[in-house]
Design a protein around this ligand. Structure first.
Ligand SMILES: [Zn+2]
Length: 365
């Protein structure tokens, strides 16, 4: 592994962080490697490498992430920390064997991309916004609070906002992360070492002995994390975690598949905040369209001329929040006994745009 390779990678990380990329994709094909950045939810080409450079870079990343570099036929994942632009950045690496070779995705947990204003919620919302209701839910003495959504929708940022909010309220917050993605002063952040037996089960037992009032389990990716999240909540803590899911129904399905029983779930789950990305319309194009309509001139739209969006009609994405509060839970004011004892949940999805819709989840069996 030459020095050249490590320099190429260093430059790549620096570019990725500067671009605000959340992930870097390394895809091999018969001729070489395509490197892409995910920025604001979109994949953009970042570089094209020859086979040798790509192979060396992949090896180096796997080595730094403490993976088995000889193993290319089964998926692996690991974490690493690197100094990028003078600051430490945590990264998570996942490999996937494909028919074209082993591809890698590196998730970048940049401490300063999207990290501004962690203490305050999304700006520019009306007073009783979905975010405010979510914060009120978090006052409940115990329960599981999940942030659900697709990749790149900002779930981790929301999780850290919750941790920061609990710290601000003077709670004792213990986090279990794999790896710690961002440091929050005042929170007790613990990095798991599954390879050395320090997994979610051991961490939960040790964490609960620290007399916490709140726990943060990073992302629920497997049965162990699901177990820790649910049992942390059942033992009387507030627990926040993220989960890759489309919405409350999907959350339920996933947890069920990871071995959480309906009883455990109804006893713990308090609220689900679902996030999704919506393309943001180009303000310049919109202004032009309005101008045309007002003038009554039937000018054909010439989007290719728009300097702002290059004719695509949209610039980036915005995050939409939906909140599902499970009946009788979550806002800390209703009596525990008023919760439906049967295996049914009912919650209201509150739409930030005003029109609420009712969501019903029915347990199987
Ligand atoms: Zn435009």
């Amino acid at each position: 592994m030459g020095e050249g390779c490590s320099r190429i990678l260093d430059e790549l990380w620096e570019r990725a962080v500067k671009a605000g990329a959340s992930d870097v994709h390394f895809d091999p094909d018969p001729e070489g490697w395509s490197i892409r950045f995910r920025v604001s939810g979109e994949l953009r080409p970042a570089a094209r490498w020859d086979l040798r450079t790509g192979m060396e870079a992949a090896q180096r990343i796997k080595l730094l992430a403490r993976m088995d570099i000889a193993e290319k036929r089964v998926p692996q994942d690991g974490g690493l920390r690197l100094a990028v632009g003078g600051r430490e950045v945590a990264m998570r690496v996942a490999t996937l064997p494909t028919v074209r070779g082993e591809r890698l995705v590196v998730r970048i947990h940049s401490p300063w991309a999207a990290g501004a204003g962690l203490e305050s919620g999304p700006e520019g919302r009306a007073e009783d916004s979905v975010w405010d209701r979510w914060l009120r839910c978090l006052e409940a003495p115990h329960g599981l609070f999940l942030v659900a959504g697709p990749t790149g929708s900002g779930k981790t940022t929301s999780l850290y906002r919750v941790v920061a909010e609990w710290v601000r309220r003077g709670e004792c917050v213990v986090t279990f992360e794999d790896p710690v993605e961002r440091e929050i002063s005042g929170a007790h952040q613990v990095e798991l070492r599954p390879a050395r037996g320090f997994d979610y089960r051991r961490a939960l037992a040790a964490g609960l002995r620290q007399d916490p009032s709140a726990l943060a389990i990073g992302e629920i990716r497997d049965a162990d994390a699901a177990w820790a999240a649910v049992h942390g909540a059942l033992s009387g803590c507030r627990v926040v975690a993220t989960i890759h899911a489309r919405g409350p129904g999907d959350v339920w399905q996933r947890l069920y598949r990871w071995g959480v029983t309906p009883g455990e779930l109804s006893g713990s789950l308090a609220a689900v905040l679902t996030q999704r990305l919506r393309p943001k319309g180009c303000p310049l194009c919109r202004r032009r369209r309005r101008g045309n309509a007002a003038g009554g001139v039937a000018t054909p739209r010439q989007p290719e001329r728009c300097p702002r969006c290059a004719g695509r009609g949209r610039v980036g994405f915005e995050v939409l929040y939906h909140l599902t509060v499970l009946q009788g839970r979550g806002d800390g004011r209703e009596e525990e006994g008023r919760r439906r004892p049967s295996g049914r949940f009912q919650g209201v999805i509150e739409d930030p745009d005003g029109g609420g819709e009712v969501c019903e989840m029915v347990e199987e069996g």
